[in-house]
Write a protein that binds this ligand. Structure first.
Ligand SMILES: *Cc1c(COP(=O)(O)O)cnc(C)c1O
Length: 388
């Protein structure tokens, strides 16, 4: 089955529920067992058993099955947020004495959890240049258990050579975890590129409407068992209404992402022509240093990209951003609406310091008509110039 069919069909069984198209929202803590034998059999070891609300219900199974089909994993779990998915994964595969290699471009909370919490429990972390490719082999230590990739990073958009990194990691006995949120699970298949575990913030494109939190993890065997055990142990479950919204969102992800792709590229190409802009950070552009990898490993681009302006004053930046109507200023992304925020990677990076001179902006291209978005950017840049 093709992806566009999978996201519609996987995890749905209307005829087991009166023919109703969507699964019901099961609100559950207690699950009753009719006999002593059934009670004893309900030990929670089997991920498909419905034994207690926290372990999963048919609502969460519908979401997990659809996501698992999309990513091409052997099993999936749904967590309370993308961050919770990251925490679950790191707790599942690391223990005291282990070392983890994390791309310097990773989502900042991945870094803070590793340095702030995992290091207290005896896990060592180091950060690497996202563009390292096969040379990662030189950084892999005998105790390196996990190599964490995120391609492209969600602030600086460097593409990573996942197949080369995975080959080096596997040769040296390490596993590969991929944060696949930029591609929404749709435009890139990290499992097929060598990732053992793939996660994403369902909060973004899966939910798609900026109204629910969700984290999703897909694992390939033999890494599925540890994922399930840790997931259940940590009690890190998604609420029933958010699980419902996420499984509903995934049904339309293919068409939404296609539109985010088209509008994002259109805005990026327009911004590239502007004199206020030094560089547009979008791997779908021919001018981007990651373009060849993107063409090789991805079938499209999401709506998220960076714009590096020439240096501007704070007054100019405020003049540009304060009167935006269509572009909202706020965190997260992946909803139907456009966003624009100033970002500064320089506080975060350690392996590859951010030394660009100029203001970086992050744009999320929503589902509005691209002509209206371009008009608004045009007016915003005129305000920036007028304030100069
Ligand atoms: C947003 C995001 C997350 C975390 O998702 P939440 O649902 O907000 O916790 C993880 N990784 C990346 C790359 C993200 O952009």
């Amino acid at each position: 089955m093709k992806d566009d069919t999978k996201v519609v069909a996987a995890g749905r069984a209307p005829h087991s529920n009166h023919g109703i198209v969507n699964p019901p929202v099961y609100h559950a803590s207690t699950v009753l067992f009719p006999t002593l034998a059934a009670l004893r059999a309900g030990n929670g070891k089997d991920p498909r058993q419905v034994v207690y609300g926290r372990n999963g219900t048919p609502t969460t199974h519908a979401l997990q099955d659809a996501f698992c089909a999309l990513e091409g994993g052997d099993m999936a779990v749904a967590c309370a947020s993308g961050k919770a998915a990251i925490v679950t994964v790191l707790m599942a595969y690391l223990q005291a004495g282990d070392h983890i290699l994390i791309t310097d471009s990773a989502y900042q909370p991945t870094r803070t959890f590793t340095l702030g919490v995992l290091e207290r429990f005896g896990v060592e972390a180091s950060f690497y240049d996202p563009r390292i490719g096969a040379d990662i082999t030189e950084l892999i230590r005998p105790n390196t258990r996990v190599v964490f990739v995120e391609s492209p990073g969600s602030i600086t958009f460097e593409m990573q050579d996942i197949p080369a990194i995975a080959e080096a990691a596997h040769d040296r006995g390490a596993m590969v975890v991929a944060d696949n949120i930029w591609a929404g699970g749709y435009f890139c298949k990290p499992h097929d590129l060598g990732a053992d575990v793939v996660l994403q913030a369902g909060t973004k494109y899966v939910v798609g409407h900026s109204d629910a939190m969700c984290g999703l993890v897909s694992a390939r065997a033999p890494h599925d068992e540890a994922l399930w055990k840790t997931f259940v142990t940590m009690g890190n479950c998604i609420g029933p209404d958010d699980a419902y919204l996420a499984q509903r969102g995934i049904r339309t992800i293919a068409v939404r992402l296609q539109r985010h792709h088209e509008t994002g590229l259109q805005l990026a190409r327009w911004l590239e022509t502007r004199p206020e802009v030094q560089r547009v950070l979008h791997p779908g552009l021919e001018s981007d240093p990651g373009h060849a990898l993107w063409k090789r490993d991805f079938t499209g681009a999401s709506g998220l990209f960076g714009v590096l302006l020439h240096p501007v004053s704070d007054t100019q930046l405020a003049a540009m951003l304060d009167d935006l109507e269509l572009f909202g200023m706020g965190w997260s992304w992946g909803g139907y609406e456009s966003l624009l925020v100033p970002v500064d990677p320089s506080d975060v990076r350690t392996a590859t310091p951010w030394q660009e001179d100029g203001q970086l902006l992050r744009i999320h291209a929503g589902l509005e008509d691209p002509a209206d978005l371009i008009d608004e950017l045009d007016a915003a840049l005129a305000r920036l110039n007028a304030a100069g």
